[in-house]
Design a binder for this molecule. Sequence first.
Ligand SMILES: Cc1cc2nc3c(=O)[nH]c(=O)nc-3n(C[C@H](O)[C@H](O)[C@H](O)COP(=O)(O)OP(=O)(O)OC[C@H]3O[C@@H](n4cnc5c(N)ncnc54)[C@H](O)[C@@H]3O)c2cc1C
Ligand code: FES
Length: 280
Amino acid sequence: MTMERDSAAGTAPATDVHEFVVVSNEPVADGVWRMRCHTSVAPLLAPGQFVNVAVPGDAAHILRIPLSFSAAHASSETLELVYAVVGEGTRRLSGMHVGDVSTMVGPCGNGWALPTRGGRALLVAGGVGLPPIVACARMLAEAFVGFDVIVGAQTSAKHVEYLLDELRRMPPGEGCDCARKVLVCTDDGSLGTRGFTTDVMADLIADRPYSQAYTCGPTPMMAGVARLCEKRSIACQASLERMMGCGFGACSCCNVALTVGGYALCCKDGPVFDAREVVW
Ligand SMILES: Cc1cc2nc3c(=O)[nH]c(=O)nc-3n(C[C@H](O)[C@H](O)[C@H](O)COP(=O)(O)OP(=O)(O)OC[C@H]3O[C@@H](n4cnc5c(N)ncnc54)[C@H](O)[C@@H]3O)c2cc1C
Ligand code: FES
């Protein structure tokens, strides 16, 4: 199966089925797992794209699981997925062992774009919206774009500490003569600020200038981030989640309502959208 996609930058790698071999699979926070796997799709992925993973086992469960990635290492062909166990598919994914083999479809969708204006970027992640935000941070760091990050979770135990450390360690970049902030919050106040990412963001954007925001997490959170950006004329890219069937534009089950009217497909036109294009 090969599905061609167009790309503004030229011909994008074709979406195809790739085998993967599990290298490690372990819990990294409460209900959150990290799988590292060896797969030929890793060098083809751009930050913010996703893969559609087949979990072997129950024939009654035929749908693949769409997952973003936190890291894709081209030279070692290694991919890192960080996923919450929320239902049958992700529960069975967490049961895969080192050496187990399956397939994933990818690269899927369109990823993050670098800022078109100079200045500093702000990244806002909620829950398991964090993996694609970490991939975005790496993209910005490699382009010397300075950024700060806000990461929210329900409670301390659900924060993926090693990813927070990776964000803190990334090179500073440009856009503001100030140190990187990685601000953490929780709904219950058990780690960092008590409250939502949008509360933390409202304070931060009053203090520091940003030209671009990137966000991924629960839809109400991203809607709030988009509103704050609109008020301050900050460009905003949001990575949306929809229930998905095929993952490559064939089944029309992942509609995103657009402000100009009509619908886009989250899997093919997204998952990253300009926040102003989306009806929140
Ligand atoms: C582009 C994309 C990237 C994603 N990246 C990640 C990621 O990096 N890490 C991660 O933990 N999760 C990610 N998800 C969500 C993940 O795909 C779902 O949690 C997973 O498919 C649930 O499968 P399941 O069989 O375990 O649960 P199910 O039994 O199918 O569902 C359990 C619960 O999760 C909800 N759910 C199922 N699928 C989705 C979905 N696609 N979007 C939102 N809610 C869903 C259901 O409504 C239900 O409440 C992503 C989703 C998309 C569309
Ligand atoms: S999941 Fe089939 S069109 Fe998007």
